[in-house]
Design a protein around this ligand. Structure first.
Ligand code: MEV
Length: 763
């Protein structure tokens, strides 16, 4: 296949050990699952700037030899591999990226030589090639379980180089917690192996414990009958595994089990879950197990609140192995994008996203047909159009996004793109999301019969399972998509009123309709249970269980300029943040600047911006005082650090996201994998807007930048077009009068009396 042929990107997943790491190196069984973060191999559109890594080179050589041996066209196709999803901000998670890279490169070259890696014999060949290439690049020493997961996908029983796919039992749910520090897998493994010689007896003992733990775990995991008692076996097995790891850490002098991991493990066991480090340990990932997903999610919420560790609810286990992808990963670093014409910008977006240029015609004026609009709301007389722009430079957890923003205010998009570029210099945004839980409320009223509210609450909670099942019956399709009612809470507001909260996992929907149905479905049963009367039955727009958490670190050198050095800017931004932290008047403006970025994405993607606004401001006042959503500090290394949590009740399915052609297209350009990721993009746009505003306000003030944009919009308003716009804006700034009347007379002058160089440019 020649380089000029179009080629299909091929991706391979990461992996996480469920049990058996370390002992698998000694031939013990292990259980490894494919994780849906993907290395995507594709053909570069421009020559790569860096030489290929060792693992890419080894994979290329192996697959070339293999193809030659089959008489296939030897491939000389260049390949690059994108591994964005394997990181949290700039920190790489121990999810087996190098194995995924090897698998993806081999899958890509096989697929582009016309061999289908989904076909079993080709898949086996891909596995052999990837194993050999990975071992060669790493200098041997690995078990190969990571490579097997990357090629085959699913969940694998892995032993002595052999992988067998097994079905995950429906009674066991798995979650992953980010323990906050990188793991140094290869150096840990090296040190442990060295200890095998010097501490032979204790090493054998530790390996024995790890092996027994894995065997016990696998025994329980393989049972698909009655789950009773099986979680207890899993708890025992993981506890034993943790003991084995502690011994291994001790005898090899390797920090496999640092205090951060121990804190998470203790909290998990206290919450009735099973937990163990996943992979090499050292503060990277913890895997937790429970009978119900909701137990893991509730644990995650408490863990974040009490200890600051995040449950990575985006990480999905049991992922597909090698597979073809429809588009290449986005590159959001489009230098000079702002200088292009509208048409050229559309071409650039089409080129990056792989969307046909004709699709971008949906952005033309009148895309929302008035007849369509007439079906959306009542009494329609027309549509209102606003500018839609693309913010560049956004990188979140290593993945690039072109961010559609719809807003009427000048400078919002430029400021967000500029701040995103600075944040990118520090490794991009780090983000994670709470699970998509929303609250449906039922108000229960005692009328003239004030009762024992505590007893009423008890009666309701006593029927928790029945009520949750009833809620689920209202939405069988949500259940199929992995969502559903998760929990019930009762709040006693006064002697005559209790409020029932049903917590519902809305998956990729914003959820308003389904929550309202849940509330209405449960109300009659709650009335029957309590003898009280149901009042309001409606969702709560305070989406405090569904936050996107985003943070950024910026090196001072990219913050300086216009007479300020970077370190000074760090202090000035921190001081601006502190102002908002102590003064609600300033906090309101601070948050307005954040919502400039957030709402622009909410609007562009057809989400409910009133809901987003209501939720954000209620959240900002959650402890009784209105506070800034984002705060900034100077890190010990002198870098600027910002963070924000934002309730993100947004969806990628349903509502206007489906009906409005521009919103549909905006979502396609963004290419979020799920609603949680869309919330992260919105939060990132908000944090970037905040950084841009604080940096400008704390240094030269915002009027200078604003004025030139404002002047341009006045110029447009008086009818300037093409190069006239820039000329007129510049003239207004020069004469120090940015007003419509003056603009009109200057334009008149330009057109009729004083043909200038700029004017002749028009012709
Ligand atoms: C203007 O739309 C937003 C700002 O006022 C935000 C802020 O003051 O932080 C610049």
């Amino acid at each position: 296949m020649s380089d000029s042929c179009p080629s299909t990107p091929v991706s391979a997943p990461g992996k996480a050990f469920l049990i058996g790491e370390y002992a698998v190196l000694e031939g013990a069984p292990a259980l490894v699952t494919a994780i849906d973060v993907r290395a995507v191999a594709h053909r570069p559109t421009t020559p790569p700037l860096e030489p290929p890594s060792a693992v890419v080179r080894c994979a290329q050589e192996r697959v070339a030899l293999f193809l030659q041996g089959r008489g296939a066209d030897p491939t000389d196709a260049q390949v690059v591999v994108e591994t964005g999803g394997f990181t949290m901000g700039a920190r790489k998670l121990g999810l087996g990226s190098s194995a995924a890279v090897a698998a993806a490169v081999i899958g890509f070259q096989l697929a582009n030589a016309g061999l289908d890696p989904a076909e079993p014999t080709i898949r086996q060949q891909a596995l052999d090639l990837a194993m050999a290439a990975h071992a060669e690049a790493q200098g041997g020493g690995g078990s190969g379980a990571d490579v097997a997961a990357a090629v085959l996908g699913g969940t694998l029983h892995f032993q002595a180089g052999k992988a067998e796919r097994i079905t995950a039992p429906s009674w066991l749910h798995v979650g992953f917690v980010d323990a906050g520090a990188p793991a140094d897998t290869s150096s840990f493994v090296r040190r442990v192996k060295k200890a095998a010689a010097t501490e032979a007896e204790r090493y054998r003992q530790a390996m024995g414990m790890l092996r027994d733990a894995a065997t016990q775990f696998l025994h329980a995991y393989g049972r698909h009958d009655s789950p009773t008692g099986l979680l207890e076996l899993i708890r025992q097995a993981t506890a034993r595994h943790n003991e084995g790891l502690r011994l291994l850490a001790q005898l090899s002098g390797t920090p496999i089990m640092p205090p951060s991991l121990e804190t998470i493990l203790t909290a998990a066991f206290e919450a009735g879950l099973a937990a163990k480090p996943s992979g090499a340990g050292g503060g990277d990932l913890v895997v937790v197990f429970a009978h119900e997903r909701r137990q893991i999610e509730q644990f995650g919420e408490r863990l974040l609140r009490e200890h600051g560790f995040a449950l990575l609810s985006d990480l999905r286990a049991d992922a597909d192995g090698l597979r073809s992808e429809q588009r290449t990963p986005t590159n959001s670093r489009l230098a000079g994008f702002f200088k292009l014409s509208v048409e050229a910008r559309r071409q650039a977006v089409a080129a990056v996203t792989g969307l046909p240029e004709s699709r971008l015609r949906d952005l033309d004026a009148g895309a929302l047909d008035v007849h369509q609009a007439n079906h959306m709301i009542e009494n329609v007389v027309g549509t209102l159009e606003l500018p839609l722009a693309i913010a560049t430079n956004f990188q979140i957890n290593g993945r690039d996004f072109l961010v559609p923003m719809c807003v009427e205010e000048a400078s919002v998009v430029a400021a967000a793109s500029n701040a995103a570029r600075m944040i990118r210099a520090g490794g991009g945004f780090t983000a994670h999301s709470d699970p998509p839980w929303m609250i449906a409320q039922v108000q229960l009223l005692g009328d003239d019969r004030p009762g024992d509210t505590a007893e009423i609450a008890e009666r309701i909670l006593g029927q928790r399972n029945e009520l949750l099942a009833l809620a689920d019956e209202a939405h069988p399709r949500l259940l199929q998509r992995g969502g559903g009612a998760r929990d019930l809470e009762v709040r006693i507001t006064d002697a005559r009123m209790v409020v029932v909260h049903v917590l519902v996992d809305c998956r990729d929907a914003m959820g308003a309709n389904l929550l309202n149905t849940v509330a209405e479905t449960l109300a009659p049963r709650l009335e029957a249970l309590t003898g009280w009367t149901a009042g309001l039955r409606i969702l709560s727009n305070l989406a405090d269980r569904r936050c996107a958490h985003v943070s950024a670190r910026i090196p001072p050198e990219v913050l300086g300029g216009r007479g300020f050095d970077g370190s000074q800017v760090v202090d000035l931004v921190v001081s601006a943040s502190r102002f908002a932290e102590v003064d609600p008047y300033r906090a309101t403006t601070h948050n307005k600047g954040i919502m400039n970025g957030v709402d622009a994405v909410v609007l562009a993607t057809g989400n409910d911006w009133r809901a987003m606004e209501a939720s954000a401001h209620a959240y900002a006042a959650r402890d009784g005082r209105y506070r800034p959503l984002a705060i900034w500090r100077r890190g010990e290394d002198g870098w600027l650090q910002g963070r924000m949590s934002l309730p993100a009740a947004v969806g990628v399915v349903g509502g206007a996201t489906r009906v409005h052609p521009v919103c549909r297209l905006a979502l396609e350009i963004l290419h979020c994998r799920h609603a949680g990721e869309l919330g992260q993009v919105m939060a990132a746009a908000g944090l970037a807007s905040n950084l841009a505003a604080l940096r400008a306000l704390a240094t030269e003030g915002i009027q200078r930048g604003h004025m030139s944009l404002h002047a341009r919009s006045i110029a447009l308003g008086v009818g300037a077009s093409g190069p006239e716009v820039e000329w007129l804006a510049q003239r207004m700034i020069e004469v120090g009068e940015i007003k419509a009347e003056r603009a009109a007379s200057l334009l008149e002058e330009l057109r009729h009396h004083a043909p200038t160089a700029e004017a002749s440019e028009r012709n």
